[in-house]
Design a protein around this ligand. Structure first.
Ligand code: UDP
Length: 244
């Protein structure tokens, strides 16, 4: 396996729970799982090391459960467990196409999956296994975006990729504002001060403080992930330096 054509050797890909539900109102669409795993397989076959953080918003979000009257911490525990369910489904989909994938949880659920340890994760990645990081950071009041930044930094990823439903970061919501324009490049501070809703502030600040470049792109566009890893100018790149 050779990785000579790829700009990045090790990536962390963040997928929201919503991305997994595809055209369904909630839950997991098996066709979407198959599409994502096949895109990721192309990278793995090329020798790129892939870590994945999956959200849980297609099943439960603590904030919404709290708005409905539930204790926020209990709701966040349910949200984190929802990410574990998504990760198990994803791990199963990988194994069905012959990719060795390991699900890790931020808190111990030993009979279901491995407990996250940075060194174990890196060992798996070095063996060309896809590592699926679940249960977020393991703490309430955080998001899986923050978990993605954290894991990207911990495993020493070359790039954090945020696969979304739109093709990058826009000046305003392109679904509402027809004059919205897409940024090709942004600094972390611009993303924060312009309140562009790329990721929550904690997640961006973590990337900024550890100089972790972040590319936001449309995950549903076939071949995009490969283009990103080849270093092509897809979506929006958030990194250090001058604002554009
Ligand atoms: N969550 C949490 N701590 C974390 C990550 C997630 O408590 O470190 C909970 C939180 O309730 C959140 C839910 O898990 O709403 C699902 O995660 P998220 O909303 O980030 O999923 P996504 O929007 O990416 O699908």
């Amino acid at each position: 396996m050779s990785n000579k054509d790829n700009m990045y050797q090790r990536i962390l890909l963040k997928l929201s729970g919503e991305a997994l539900s595809g055209t369904l109102d909630s839950g997991i669409d098996p066709q979407v799982l198959a599409a994502f795993t096949s895109e990721i397989k192309q990278l793995v076959d090329d020798g790129v090391q892939v870590g994945l953080v999956i959200g849980g918003g297609n099943i439960f979000r603590g904030e919404q459960l709290a708005a409905a009257g539930m204790d926020r911490v209990a709701g966040d525990h349910m949200g984190m467990l929802a990410t574990v369910m998504n990760a198990i489904a994803m791990g199963d989909a990988f194994r069905r196409i012959g990719i060795d994938a390991r699900v890790m949880s931020a808190f111990p659920i030993g009979s279901v999956c491995e407990t996250y340890r940075r060194d174990d994760a890196v060992r798996h990645l070095n063996k060309n296994r896809v590592v699926i990081f679940s249960a977020g950071t393991g703490n309430p009041f955080f998001t899986t975006d923050s978990a993605a930044s954290l894991r990207a930094i911990e495993i020493g990823a070359d790039l954090m990729c945020k696969g979304t439903q739109v093709d990058g970061i826009y000046s305003s919501d392109p679904k509402i504002d027809p004059t919205a324009t897409r940024y090709t490049r942004l600094s972390y501070d611009e993303a924060i001060t312009r309140n562009l809703k790329v990721m929550d502030t904690t997640a961006i600040v973590l990337c900024r403080d550890h100089a972790m470049p972040l590319r936001v792109f449309d995950i549903h566009e076939k071949g995009n992930l490969k283009r990103v890893v080849n270093g092509e100018d897809v979506g929006t790149l958030v990194e250090c330096g001058d604002d554009s």
